[in-house]
Design a binder for this molecule. Structure first.
Ligand SMILES: [Ca+2]
Ligand SMILES: [Ca+2]
Ligand SMILES: [Ca+2]
Ligand SMILES: [Ca+2]
Length: 294
């Protein structure tokens, strides 16, 4: 059974996620102000960002923020000065997985970061890495290696893509690629293998769409209003995308068998409408059925 335990409650540190976003954004606006994190070494002992002001716990709070105390020191750089940039207002992706098979759930976090000519980060701003954290089993996390993925990653899923029993990672990147990191089974991941999808993926699911027992990858892409299907060839490598046009502006997607035929269908929620793509059971999806919101 997978376990995910935190240390006993202590002084509340902060609402770290919100502060990371705000603090990291400030760092991007001031080139060189982001804390240095060695490429393959643990981050510095001092907090990556200061909490201003600290958020005190309330009487009715269910949760205490132990991110800092648990050793999860990670910076997601907000590199624009407005929230209209969806990836940076939503945050980047992350996954909870047991990458080393010790029964304790670990973390993998990606950073969209500065991108010259795209975001407003100052020229030369250091890009903070995507990082794996290993759960020590006592509620604290040890930083592991960093891993390169595509430009502006924003979605992460964990699944055993090659069927070797070790959980792999798949990352959707804003500019039309998916990065697959194969778990070597020794506590490390192989360098990324990338596949082309349509740009601006807004949602991603990893499920066996064609029923061959191998996990496939599906993304729902904004702007083009398309779904990209990457069919697993059975060994953790993928065929070129099959693309389906969905006539709604998409926001999120899930996969489930809606008609009970044993084949997983897709449900996509968008602006004022929900679209259903029925799995025809022959490695293709049928025409969408769209339900307009009242
Ligand atoms: Ca683990
Ligand atoms: Ca695997
Ligand atoms: Ca499959
Ligand atoms: Ca079905």
């Amino acid at each position: 059974m997978n376990k995910f335990r935190f240390p006993p409650p202590g002084p509340l540190i902060a609402a770290v996620l919100a502060v990371l976003l705000a603090g990291a954004g400030a760092g991007c606006d001031r080139p060189g102000s982001s804390p240095a994190v060695p490429a393959a070494a643990p981050p510095p002992a001092t907090p990556a960002v200061a909490v201003q002001p600290p958020i005190p716990p309330g009487d009715g709070d269910f949760f205490a923020d132990v991110t800092e105390r648990a050793g999860v020191r990670f910076v997601h750089q907000l590199c624009d000065d407005h929230v209209a940039n969806i990836i940076e207002s939503n945050g980047a992706g992350g996954a909870v997985l047991d990458f080393d098979g010790d029964g304790w759930m670990d973390l993998f976090l990606v950073n969209s970061g500065p991108l010259e000519g795209v975001t407003k980060a100052g020229k030369g701003t250091r890009r903070e890495p995507n990082r794996l954290f290993r759960n020590r089993g006592d509620g604290t996390f040890a930083p592991q290696a960093t891993y390169a993925v595509g430009q502006q990653p924003n979605l992460v899923r964990a699944a055993d893509l090659d069927g070797d029993g070790a959980v792999d990672l798949v990352i959707a990147n804003e500019f039309g690629t998916v990065s697959v990191l194969r778990n070597r089974g020794d506590g490390t991941f192989a360098p990324q293998v990338t596949y082309t999808i349509r740009s601006y993926p807004r949602s991603m699911t990893a499920t066996d769409l064609d029923g061959d027992g191998a996990i496939d990858i599906i993304t729902a892409n904004l702007n083009s209003n398309t779904v990209s299907v990457l069919r697993n060839l059975g060994n953790g490598t993928f065929a070129a995308q099959a693309m389906y046009v969905v006539g709604i502006t998409m926001a999120s997607m899930t996969a489930t068998d809606l008609d009970g035929d044993g084949a997983v269908d897709l449900v996509i929620a968008g602006r004022g409408a929900v679209a259903v793509l029925r799995n025809l059971g022959d490695e293709t999806l049928g025409a969408q059925v769209t339900c307009q919101a009242a």
